[in-house]
Write a protein that binds this ligand. Structure first.
Ligand SMILES: [Zn+2]
Length: 102
């Protein structure tokens, strides 16, 4: 499970701990989120921000409940849009990995 927050005013969910909703600035409630979801899209970053080396891959993951997360790929396996992935916190970063087929 990963830490998240839920805004009851506008019904948006978020990954990570927050005090205010970034959509409507309302108060949010802490939520625990299921870390598994679907990889909606991904890209490899060749012009990285300060503190990152070029060539890392980030993805957008749709978690249960409609919450989206942006996370760095662990680099294991072959990515495709629509595959099942799992997200975990690693220090300040969210990372995602493929969920093996059952
Ligand atoms: Zn809100």
């Amino acid at each position: 499970m990963i830490a998240g927050a839920w805004c009851p005013r506008c019904a948006h969910g978020f990954v990570g701990e927050r005090e205010r909703c970034p959509v409507c600035a309302g108060n949010v409630e802490p939520r625990t989120l299921n870390p598994e979801g679907i990889l909606e899209t991904y890209t490899t970053v060749h012009a990285p921000p300060h503190g990152f080396e070029a060539g890392f891959t980030v993805g957008v993951i749709l978690l249960a409940g409609g919450v989206r997360a942006a996370a760095h790929w662990t680099g294991q396996g072959v990515l495709a849009m629509g595959v099942r992935v799992s997200v975990r916190r690693e220090g300040d970063l969210l990372r995602f990995e493929l969920v093996p087929a059952a």
